[in-house]
Design a protein around this ligand. Structure first.
Ligand code: NAD
Length: 444
């Protein structure tokens, strides 16, 4: 089939590339001309393991093309995936301006049957708005063309996106027409060969499913962070509690790791948007509000421990910060806990040397220029360089190279009485003590 994917971010680029890998002809469209020019030169706008090689060979073999012109892509396409951003608006609701702009542009050029697929995470009722936006353009042009709008939310994880797309746990399709359902089945047949993982449901049900999946995962994390904070006060090691409860098959081990809060482009914004949707229906989502509030507090938890250790004035103190991305495996720093800690440290007068295996370029672009200008923040090229002359290390992202560092070398690089503030419980408290560090984890 000839497919168009609109938006070349984490979701759009992975979706387009994986469909091309399965032999479809895919055109990826983005309004950002620089991204398109770079993609045409083989330079990717995002880091995602394995994606560059896949883009390269599919583009070379003529199955994957990039353009900033949607009308050009539409000349040869039957299916349109909308994969543009849906960032939080000021009131927390998902901002649909990009999705609806795409819908209007599709309506302005549609001349034969098309399947329009909402892949972006969008509030319940958006498919109806997309349909209305296309209809109104068609009406304006005085053209009658049949089309379907389906909801097909994406569940990939950054850092494992290709595997998640190629071998999904499930594919959720919200559709009303048989024609649309048949097309979606045909499109995804290659991804569900071993057993049928395609779940067909109502459009609104599919839209809701995406939010509830993310809200459930965020709830598990916030619940466990709350437990960890309690353990901190009660002389209990939350890591023992974690394995103690995870071994119960009804609970399981995933998403019960305590830490310094969840970030990323999805959990924070999707929990907020679901709260907003509830508000629109005069419903108070008490659990979700608590999930969000706990996470906001949790992002400040390491700093609370730092302040308790050193006092409120950190002038003259130097910190090493390991991990800037919101999680390992990605360069994405949207809503990252690292940003909150950096601001708190710098506001309290400290200076920071920070390192991340992948997110350094993104950090240079995203962090306030004045932090670099006055030397409060320095980005360094390796994890040990960050430790030079530091009072303490704050570990914020659990990248694998931080797992087993050379603690002797670390102690030699750092100032006397070094401390480690471990925001992801990567180290054993007893070992840290015997290695000569004052150690703070989360909930232990
Ligand atoms: P992103 O910000 O990385 O990419 C969005 C892209 O859309 C940008 O390149 C932007 O230039 C482009 N764009 C905006 N308006 C456009 C237009 N009118 N025409 C063409 N291109 C346009 O976003 P993302 O992280 O890929 O997320 C996209 C959607 O998928 C969001 O709704 C998000 O919630 C959802 N989602 C994201 C993930 C994830 O892990 N990132 C996972 C599942 C679902």
């Amino acid at each position: 089939m000839n497919l168009t994917v609109i938006g070349t971010g984490y979701v759009g680029l992975v979706t387009g590339t994986c469909f091309a890998e399965m032999g479809h002809h895919v055109t990826c469209v983005d309004v950002d001309q620089r991204k398109i020019d770079n993609l045409n030169k083989g330079i990717l706008p995002i880091y995602e393991p394995g994606l560059d090689a896949m883009v390269e060979h599919n583009a070379r073999d003529g199955r994957l093309a990039f353009t900033s012109s949607l009308p050009e892509a539409m000349r040869s396409s039957d299916v349109y995936f909308i994969a543009v951003g849906t960032p939080p608006g000021e009131d927390g609701s998902a901002d649909l301006q990009y999705v609806l702009a795409v819908a209007r542009e599709i309506g302005a050029h549609l001349d034969r049957y098309a399947l329009v697929v909402d892949k972006s995470t969008v509030p319940v009722g958006t498919a109806e708005q997309v349909r209305a936006a296309i209809d109104s353009e068609l009406e304006h042009r005085n053209v009658r063309v049949d089309f379907d709008v389906v909801s097909n939310p994406e569940f990939l994880k950054e850092g494992a996106a290709i595997n998640d797309f190629m071998k999904p746990d499930r594919i959720v399709v919200g559709a009303e027409s048989e024609r649309a359902i048949d097309l979606m089945r045909a499109l995804y047949a290659d991804f569900t060969r071993s057993h049928d993982r395609l779940l067909v449901m109502g459009v609104r049900d599919a839209e809701m499913t995406k939010y509830v999946a993310n809200a459930m995962l965020a709830t598990k994390i916030s619940f466990m962070n709350e437990v960890a904070n309690l353990c901190d006060r009660m002389g209990v090691d939350v890591e023992n509690v974690r394995t103690g409860i995870g071994s119960d098959s009804r609970i399981g081990y995933s998403f019960i790791y305590p830490g310094c809060g969840y970030g990323g482009s999805c959990f924070p914004k999707d929990v907020k948007a679901l709260i907003r949707m509830a508000g629109n229906h005069d419903f108070v989502p008490a659990v979700l509000e608590a999930v969000e509030a706990r996470n906001e507090q949790q992002k400040g938890y390491l700093f609370e421990k730092i302040r308790a250790h050193y006092g409120p004035d950190l002038s003259g103190r130097r910190f090493a910060l390991w991990g800037l991305a919101f999680k390992p495996g990605t360069d994405d720093m949207r809503e990252a806990a690292s940003k909150v800690l950096l601001r708190q440290l710098i506001d309290a007068g400290a200076s920071v040397r920070a390192y991340d295996p992948i997110a350094m370029d993104v950090a240079r672009d995203e962090l306030p220029a004045e932090w670099f200008g006055d030397g409060r923040l320095t980005l360094v090229d390796n994890q040990y360089d960050a430790l030079r002359d530091a009072d303490a290390l704050a570990l914020v992202t659990e990248w694998k190279p931080f797992r087993h560092p050379d603690f002797d070398a670390m102690r030699r690089l750092m100032r006397p009485d070094p401390a480690i503030f471990d925001g992801r419980n990567q180290y054993q408290p007893e070992n840290m003590q015997s290695d000569g560090f004052v150690y703070y984890g989360v909930g232990r």
